[in-house]
Design a protein around this ligand. Structure first.
Ligand code: SF4
Ligand code: SF4
Length: 358
């Protein structure tokens, strides 16, 4: 497995312009790759691992076989022709140069294949064995059809801010600014510290979007340059937390208290997920009790109902998500949660997070 994290540059999966729910106003959010949690419902599964990965888009694949021909680990099963009346016959092909082989250039329904005048039933796409894959990325380099794409790009602080500062005018007119997110930015303290310092040097409002699972000694210096902490609370029940995220919540709840003591404004962000905390009205009551212990710095609590948009990304990464086939949870279904939390304190309560308000 190739790890690419030099301290000077970091793998960035996305820089999102015009974001309206990653803090107040219009913001530019940078997503750093790598997270210590592995939430079963993760909306950004490409951000979990710290190493480079690739997406495979079957709809763009012309089944030329170049990826399989060039994979040094033989981790890609090449495209295969299946013939009608003889599904056992498989023809392996692929020129290795990214071109569509001559015998497939008539890749149309009801086409008669060259071999034995048999009719082609289907051409199966390449199949990638991600267990065997060593992330060498040769396949991505040789695919000329954009069917294989890097998940992230190695970027320096300067390169990131070249992008961020394009939106400076919008920040000023909306009360917005810069948000660092992930993955988990506190898992990469050097990069995150450099980013928030740079944002402050530019006079930007700065938001840290975090799951809170981090070493306090490296977190504290970062917070000196942060205007708002958006802290995810996945579950207050430690057993459930371990089951659904892979880690205990103890460090997170401890850090929540330490963050509150700094005096920095905080918003708590609560994913509402099937089987975890949906249809459980004790959960919002427990959240109110917990939020009260953190004091007056809690200015907002945002309910984030489950949305199924990660399932396609999981497929493109060759993974299966636990909640792939689960339905979205609608705002109306957690209105009771919103009311209980809203009535429990002076904080602003939303479903879906801030919508571009400052
Ligand atoms: S090289 Fe690209 S287009 Fe060709 S088979 Fe592989 S993924 Fe598909
Ligand atoms: S990234 Fe994985 S699948 Fe692609 S060529 Fe390298 S080992 Fe093979």
């Amino acid at each position: 497995m190739t790890f690419i994290d030099s301290g000077k540059k970091h793998l960035v999966t996305h820089i999102q312009h015009f974001s309206v729910n990653d803090g107040p106003g219009i913001r530019t959010t940078v997503f750093l790759k790598g997270c210590p949690l592995n939430c079963a419902w993760c909306h950004n599964p490409e951000n979990i691992h710290t190493y480079q990965e690739f997406f495979y888009y079957e709809e763009k694949c012309v089944k030329c076989g170049a990826c399989a021909e060039n994979c040094p680990e033989k981790a890609i099963i090449p495209p295969r022709i299946r013939y009608k009346e003889d599904i056992a016959q498989i023809v392996r092909f692929g020129g290795g140069d990214g071109s569509i082989p001559t015998n497939l250039q008539h890749n149309l329904p009801n086409t008669t294949a060259l071999s034995d005048e048999k009719e082609i039933e289907a051409i199966d796409p390449p199949r990638i064995d991600r267990e065997k894959c060593t992330s060498c990325m040769t396949c991505v380099d040789v695919c000329h059809h954009e069917a294989l794409n890097f998940v992230s790009t190695l970027k320096s602080v300067e390169e990131i801010f070249e992008e961020v500062l394009k939106d400076d005018l919008f920040f000023k007119s909306s009360g917005g600014g810069f948000t660092v997110s992930g993955g988990e930015p506190l898992m990469h303290p050097d990069m995150t510290l450099s980013l928030v310092k740079r944002a402050k040097k530019e006079g930007l409002n700065t938001v840290l979007d975090t799951c809170g699972f981090a070493n306090w000694n490296t977190t504290r210096p970062i917070l000196e340059h942060v205007d708002l902490i958006m802290l995810d609370i996945k579950s207050l029940d430690d057993q459930k937390h371990k089951k659904w995220t892979g880690v205990s919540n103890r460090l997170i709840l401890e850090n929540a208290r330490k963050m509150a003591e700094t005096g920095i404004k905080m918003r708590l962000r609560l994913p509402i997920i099937h089987s975890v905390n949906f249809w459980d009205l004790q959960y919002p009551k427990d959240i109110v009790k917990f939020a009260r212990t953190l004091g007056k710095n809690i200015i907002g609590i945002d309910l984030l109902p489950f949305h199924n948009f990660a399932s396609k990304k999981c497929g493109n990464l060759g993974r299966k998500g636990y909640f792939d086939n689960f339905p979205n949870i609608f705002r109306e279904e957690i209105e009771d949660y919103r009311k209980i939390i809203s009535d429990g304190g002076t904080w602003q309560t939303t479903i879906g997070g801030l919508i571009g308000v400052s």
